[in-house]
Write a protein that binds this ligand. Structure first.
Ligand SMILES: NC(=O)c1ccc[n+]([C@@H]2O[C@H](COP(=O)([O-])OP(=O)(O)OC[C@H]3O[C@@H](n4cnc5c(N)ncnc54)[C@H](O)[C@@H]3O)[C@@H](O)[C@H]2O)c1
Length: 379
């Protein structure tokens, strides 16, 4: 709906924290997984148009990239754009997350910016929810051992989300950064999981897990994380970390031996694990599998990979959910960011509408000081 005042709803990090505290982190994750499942089951690429993301990557001042991930929802007359930065040196260099992001929403009737909000927490939340959904669709139903390779921000929500859809008994985890490895239990303590925690090697994780999420910031060209190893026959892997050309986590032999299901084929062949594969080695996109569960039930008993590069549909689902809570709880600030004239064809109207103009006294003082100054110069 278009706001008659053309204001933009700005949801701050503290608004979102308030929502999470009120709803509860488990209920929020459960609702998100359920909404996301429905969104994929009903996904119609004709109505929800998603181009492959684009952006800038650079080596200076640091190695990183900033990308835009757009989606056009024709049914709801809206465009959603996530701006996302990937700067793997952030945690150590600036005490900031590797992924920093904002999500915004535009009205396609007018072009108006309807809302903007955090994408850091929301990305972590939705990436975890997507892996839970994929693991439930493609993974072995009795899975009880989860492996995590890479124990950074995404690993926290991978564990949380997957623990909501499987009865986990054990988590095996590894990070090549000692401090990250040892702090992982503390960073997930609020999940109150009654499981066995085992910090271990990548080899043991690959050999013993039912489900694995790989979420590393491995460098371009430095993959795979492991060479071919003996695994359980039904091992399902959520390959979360390969999301850039040349940046891959899994070995080619393992990929070729598995049912590979990309979240977004066009993106996965450029940035995901699929960039290592020929077309014949790649399975259908995930939405096809979830729409036809009977046709893909067989995958649950064999090796499978969810090639997760990040789909803007997931951003739309999490944004809509958080917006819904914000409206219910009357949170956020409505700001008139766009300069809208009373006369649509007169962008300078405020210059001659002095009668109605209420300016901050400090601004008036600054303007008159400036005017006095320029009069002196002119003399
Ligand atoms: N698929 C998606 O939708 C999606 C969404 C968000 C992030 N990501 C990707 O997931 C990855 C992780 O993101 P994050 O926010 O958790 O980053 P993070 O920096 O918080 O964590 C990454 C961790 O990987 C570890 N690591 C790096 N190389 C490793 C290796 N060889 N072996 C083991 N551990 C290693 C690092 O020490 C770090 O702790 C990034 O590559 C990011 O681009 C994907």
């Amino acid at each position: 709906m278009t706001d008659p005042n053309n204001s933009t709803l700005v949801l701050s990090a503290s608004d979102i924290a308030e929502i999470v505290r009120a709803v509860g982190i488990d209920d929020l994750m459960d609702t998100l997984i359920s909404r996301m499942t429905t969104a994929f089951e009903t996904f119609d690429p004709e109505q929800t148009v998603i181009p492959v993301r684009s952006g800038f990557n650079y080596e200076t001042p640091v190695r990183g990239l900033i990308e835009w991930m757009p989606l056009f929802n024709k049914n709801e007359n809206k465009v959603v754009v996530k701006m996302v930065g990937y700067h793997p040196d952030n945690p150590e260099g600036f005490d900031l997350p590797t992924i920093i992001s904002t999500i915004s929403c535009y009205d396609t009737q007018t072009g108006h910016l309807k809302g903007i909000m955090d994408g850091v927490f929301l990305t972590a939340l939705r990436t975890g929810a997507a892996s839970a959904m994929a693991s439930r669709t493609l993974g072995y139903p009795e899975s009880s051992t989860l492996g995590l390779i890479g124990c950074g921000a995404q690993a926290v929500t991978q564990l949380h989300a997957i623990s909501r859809v499987f009865k986990l008994k054990k988590v095996l985890y590894y990070d090549n950064d000692e401090a990250t490895l040892t702090s992982f239990r503390d960073r997930t303590a609020m999940l109150n999981l009654n499981i066995e925690w085992v910090p271990t090697t990548i080899e043991k994780i690959v050999e013993q897990s039912d489900i694995i999420s790989t979420a590393t910031s491995i460098n371009i060209g430095e993959g795979p994380l492991f060479q071919n190893l003996k695994t359980k026959d039904w091992l399902h892997i959520n390959a979360v970390g390969s999301d850039f050309p040349g940046k891959t986590e899994l070995p080619l032999d393992f990929l070729k031996d598995s049912f590979v299901c990309p979240d977004f084929l066009g993106q996965a062949v450029v940035e995901g694990e699929c960039q290592q594969l020929q077309a014949a080695d790649i399975g259908p996109e995930f939405f096809v599998c979830i729409k036809n569960p009977e046709d893909y039930r067989f995958v649950k008993n064999q090796k499978s990979i969810f090639d997760s590069t990040g789909l803007p549909l997931e951003d739309q689902v999490v944004m809509d959910l958080i917006l819904e809570y914000a409206l219910e709880m009357n949170l956020g600030q409505k700001i008139n960011i766009e300069k809208i004239s009373a006369d649509a064809k007169s962008p300078y109207d405020f210059l001659y509408m002095n009668d109605n103009l209420t300016l901050n006294p400090a601004v008036i003082a600054a303007i008159s000081e400036k005017q006095n100054g320029s009069q002196k110069i002119n003399k």
